[in-house]
Design a protein around this ligand. Structure first.
Ligand SMILES: [Fe+2]
Length: 226
């Protein structure tokens, strides 16, 4: 089964995840050494500060820079975005372009402040749109009950980060979500090279069965691209 890192900040100078191609090259090397075969480059997208169009232009430039420095046998890179949700985001021109390359999957990051009714309505509007499948970024970081409100919507699933998975998978609800099929992806959420893929490897080994089940779901969702 293809090992897919669904959430990573690896494009040189696209966001604070990598300060240049040397760092990006090292990140890809670490990913490869950890057995990652596909890596989703999900640079931060903040709709209050930048238009979709300028984000895409910048992302493309950064990607092209990366391509000229990709190490041998690097994982395949898919372009995406980690899209910060805000009230009215469903109306954002070009939102579709922020879906993971070749898919309907939108990696949506919920804010760490209180979720207003308006915000929840906007997420619901996206979830009702046939052109989208929402994957909530690092659901391990939020209040369980709040996340469960979103899981009740159509076409909404979650991604977990390996650093929290390592610490918190013992928490029953994360494991329950995984076993109910609500968790469809794992992510290193790598920034820089310090954190590396140590937690990734620990989780893969420690939770082998659940890991394989989650990875199977990611593979299923990306199957045309693998
Ligand atoms: Fe992230």
């Amino acid at each position: 089964m293809t090992q897919i890192d669904f959430h990573a900040h690896i494009l040189p100078r696209c966001d604070h995840g990598s300060d240049g191609w040397e760092t990006s090259r090292q990140q890809l090397k670490l990913a490869r050494e950890a057995g990652v075969e596909v890596i989703c480059a999900t640079s931060h997208f903040y709709g209050h500060h930048v238009s979709v169009d300028s984000f895409l232009k910048k992302r493309q430039r950064c990607y092209e820079e990366l391509l000229t420095h990709v190490p041998k046998n690097a994982p395949k890179v898919l372009l995406g975005a980690e899209v910060l949700a805000f009230e009215g985001i469903d109306q954002l021109p070009g939102l579709k372009e922020l879906r993971l390359q070749g898919t309907k999957l939108l990696l949506l990051e919920m804010p760490f402040t209180r979720w207003s009714e308006g915000l929840l309505d906007s997420v619901e509007a996206i979830s009702d749109d046939e052109d989208f499948r929402i994957v909530l970024a690092h659901v391990d970081r939020y209040d369980r009950k709040e996340v469960e409100k979103l899981f009740r919507l159509e076409n909404v699933w979650g991604q977990v980060n390996v650093d929290n998975l390592k610490k918190r998978f013992g928490k029953r609800y994360l494991r329950e979500w995984a076993r109910e099929g609500l968790i469809v992806a794992v992510g290193s959420d790598i920034h820089g090279t310090e954190t590396g893929y140590k937690d990734w490897l620990t989780c893969q080994r420690r939770y082998a069965e659940d890991w394989a089940a989650i990875m199977k779901r990611t593979n299923g969702r990306l199957k045309e691209l693998l």
